[in-house]
Design a protein around this ligand. Structure first.
Ligand code: ADP
Ligand code: MG
Length: 393
C-alpha cells in the first residue's frame, strides 16, 4: 500500500523564496514585486454559476505565487517552474495597434488573457510563477494563475481594481484566450476568499456572504483522483448551452429562480430529454447551495452530508459529468464510519471529490481509499484560506 501522506501546502514564504531564487537564476537580477493566489474547492453548486445560481466554494492553502520586475525590453517574459522543469513564454507587451492574440504555448494563454484584459497600460515585465496546486484536478489552478497574474500587474502598475470587476476580467480572459466558457465562481472566490470562511456567491447579483467554517471536530478532505479524461473538450460548453436552451424555452435570462412548476412546463414542452435533466440538476443544486450554507452555520453535519451525496447523484445522473473514478471514491467514503458525505467537485470528468468527515476518521478513510480504490489518489486538507494578495517581496 502506498504511504499515507497528504499533499502538504508549501506555504507562501517557501513558494516566495523559490520564486525569487528562480527569478534571480533566470533573469540575473532581483524581482521587485510579488503576488499570491489560492486554488479552491467547491463545497456545493457545480454547473450552476453560469446559470446565475448560488455556489459555496472555499479557498485552499495551496497557492500560485508570482514574482516579477519591470523590464525595458517591451516584452513580457514569463517562466513557470514545475517539478517537470521550467516552461517559458514570451510575448510583446500589448499596444492599441498590436493587441495580444491567443497562441502557443497553450499554458501561457492564461497569463496573456489577463495581460490583454488588464484595465491599464501593461509595460514589458519579467516574471516567474511557482505553485503547489495540482493542475487539472478540479481545484482551479486556472483561476489561480489568472488572478495571480492580475494581482502582480496591480503591484507593477499601482493600478487597483475593485474585486468583483477583477474577477470578471479574469473570467473574460479565460473565455477569450484558453477559450473556456467558464462561470464566475473560480475567479470570484480566488479573489475574495477569507481565511476560516467559505464564500456563498450569488452569481446573479455578484454579491457574496462570508460563511464561517468553524475549526471543529470535522474536516474537509479533498481526494484527487489524478485522472483527467481526455474527452472532446466540448462537454462543458455543451452543458452550458443545454442549460441556456432550457432557460430560453422558459423565456428566462437564466435558470436562476426557476420553480418546480416551471420544470413541469419544460417537461410538457417536449424539450430534449437531456435539456430537461440538466435543468432539474441546476434548479435542485441551487437550492442545495442555499440549504447547505444553513447547515454549515449550525454545524448540522448529518444534513450537510445528505446534501453532498444528493449533489453527487445529481451530477452523475442528471448533469452526467461524473466518471467511474469519482463514483468509486464517493462509494468508499460512503462505506466509511465517521464520513458525513461526499461529492465530486468542479467541472467533472476526473479531478477531485470533497468529503466532510470526522477529524478522527480521516486516517481510516485514507487507508480504505488506498486499499480499495484502484488508482493513484492524493489527499489534500481543505483548510479555508485567504484569497489573492500582493505580498512583500
Ligand atoms: P483546473 O483549473 O481544474 O486546474 P484547468 O484545465 O481549468 O484545470 O486549468 C489547468 C491549466 O491551467 C493547465 O493545463 C495549464 O495550462 C494552466 N496552468 C495552471 N496553473 C499553471 C501554472 N502554475 N503554470 C503553468 N500553467 C498553469
Ligand atoms: Mg479551471
Amino acid at each position: 500500500m502506498p504511504a499515507l501522506t497528504d499533499a502538504v501546502p508549501a506555504g507562501e514564504a517557501a513558494l516566495l523564496r523559490r520564486a525569487r531564487d528562480e527569478f534571480a537564476a533566470v533573469f540575473a537580477r532581483g524581482a521587485t514585486v510579488a503576488a499570491a493566489a489560492p486554488g479552491r474547492v467547491n463545497l456545493m453548486g457545480d454547473h450552476v454559476d453560469y446559470c446565475e445560481g448560488y455556489v459555496l466554494p472555499v479557498a485552499l492553502p495551496f497557492l500560485t505565487v508570482m514574482v516579477g520586475a519591470p523590464s525595458n525590453s517591451g516584452t513580457c517574459r514569463v517562466v513557470s517552474v514545475q517539478d517537470s522543469g521550467r516552461q517559458e513564454a514570451s510575448f510583446p507587451a500589448p499596444t492599441a495597434a498590436n493587441p495580444l492574440k491567443p497562441g502557443e504555448p497553450a499554458w501561457a494563454n492564461y497569463v496573456k488573457g489577463v495581460v490583454a484584459n488588464f484595465p491599464g497600460p501593461v509595460e514589458g515585465f519579467d516574471a516567474v510563477i511557482v505553485s503547489d496546486l495540482p493542475m487539472g484536478a478540479g481545484l482551479s489552478s486556472s483561476a489561480s494563475i489568472e488572478v495571480v497574474t492580475f494581482t502582480l500587474l496591480e503591484a507593477l502598475s499601482g493600478i487597483r481594481t475593485e474585486p468583483v470587476r477583477k474577477a470578471q476580467l479574469c473570467q473574460k480572459a479565460e473565455h477569450e484566450f484558453p477559450g473556456m466558457p467558464c462561470g464566475i465562481m473560480d475567479q470570484y472566490v480566488v479573489t475574495m476568499a477569507k481565511k476560516d470562511h467559505a464564500l456563498l456567491i450569488d452569481c446573479r447579483s455578484l454579491e457574496s456572504t462570508q460563511v464561517p467554517i468553524f475549526n471543529s471536530d470535522t474536516a474537509i478532505l479533498v481526494i484527487n483522483t489524478n485522472v483527467k479524461h481526455q474527452l472532446t473538450g466540448s462537454e462543458y460548453p455543451q452543458r452550458r448551452a443545454q442549460c441556456q436552451a432550457a432557460a430560453d424555452i422558459l423565456g428566462k435570462p437564466s435558470l436562476r429562480g426557476t420553480t418546480v412548476e416551471q420544470l413541469e412546463d419544460l417537461k410538457q414542452s417536449n424539450c430534449d430529454a437531456d435539456v430537461l435533466k440538466r435543468a432539474r440538476h441546476v434548479v435542485e443544486e441551487i437550492r442545495r447551495s442555499e440549504e447547505i450554507t444553513k447547515y454549515f452555520k449550525t454545524r448540522d453535519w448529518e444534513r450537510v452530508g445528505e446534501l453532498l451525496y444528493e449533489s453527487h447523484e445529481s451530477l452523475r445522473n442528471l448533469m452526467e459529468v461524473s466518471c467511474p473514478e469519482l463514483d468509486a471514491l464517493v462509494e468508499v467514503a460512503r462505506a466509511t464510519p465517521g464520513v458525513y458525505g461526499a461529492r465530486m467537485t468542479g467541472g467533472g470528468f476526473g479531478g477531485s471529490v470533497v468529503v466532510v468527515v470526522k477529524k478522527n476518521s480521516v486516517d481510516d478513510l485514507k487507508k480504505r481509499v488506498l486499499s480499495q480504490y484502484k488508482g493513484n489518489p492524493t489527499f489534500l486538507l481543505a483548510i479555508p484560506s485567504d484569497g489573492a494578495r500582493i505580498i512583500n517581496i
